[in-house]
Design a binder for this molecule. Structure first.
Ligand SMILES: [Mg+2]
Length: 159
């Protein structure tokens, strides 16, 4: 199906679903319109533990309206459990990649073409290419008593 046909098809579905007040299905159709209408949109990469599960409603909505591909990159051994957890949070994704070590995320980011990446651990953010936009999530594991936690390897005190 061509891009234009996909958008028009979902637009028709959206109108019909709103008219019969099926709002959950209408939301799904609306998200598909946004998904397909943009070309060359940035590829969004998301960490799962400490990131998606830290703000699940935000990431559910963001991933569904994000106009480009969405890739979950998680440091887990059990891919099926990772998919089940992502689905439990209602997060949309095109691809889910599991890595064995936190440091391997940078390579996964390059291989999947991620251009905007969200994570909570500095160890995962160290070797990401400078042309990738990095966003860091705050949680109890990386922020306490009003200060960011970092190690000598991941941070540099400036004063
Ligand atoms: Mg994490």
């Amino acid at each position: 199906m061509r891009l234009e046909e996909i958008v028009i098809d979902n637009l028709r579905k959206l109108r019909r679903l709103i008219s019969v007040r099926r709002m959950d299905d209408a939301e799904e159709a609306a998200c598909k319109i946004v998904k397909y209408i943009f070309e060359d949109a940035p590829v969004l990469g998301l960490d799962l533990d400490g990131t998606i599960d830290e703000a699940p409603e935000f990431f559910r909505l963001l991933s569904r309206i994000w106009p480009g591909r969405v890739v979950i990159i998680t440091c887990r051994l059990d891919e099926d459990k990772a998919r089940a957890d992502a689905d439990k949070f209602g997060v949309f994704y095109d691809e889910l990649v599991t890595v064995r070590k936190l440091e391997d995320k940078a390579e996964a980011i390059e291989q999947t073409g991620v251009t905007v990446y969200v994570d909570d651990q500095d160890e995962c953010l160290m070797d990401i290419p400078m042309d990738v936009t990095v966003l860091k999530i705050r949680n109890e594991g990386n922020f306490t008593d009003g200060k960011w936690l970092y190690s000598g390897r991941t941070g540099k005190q400036i004063c």
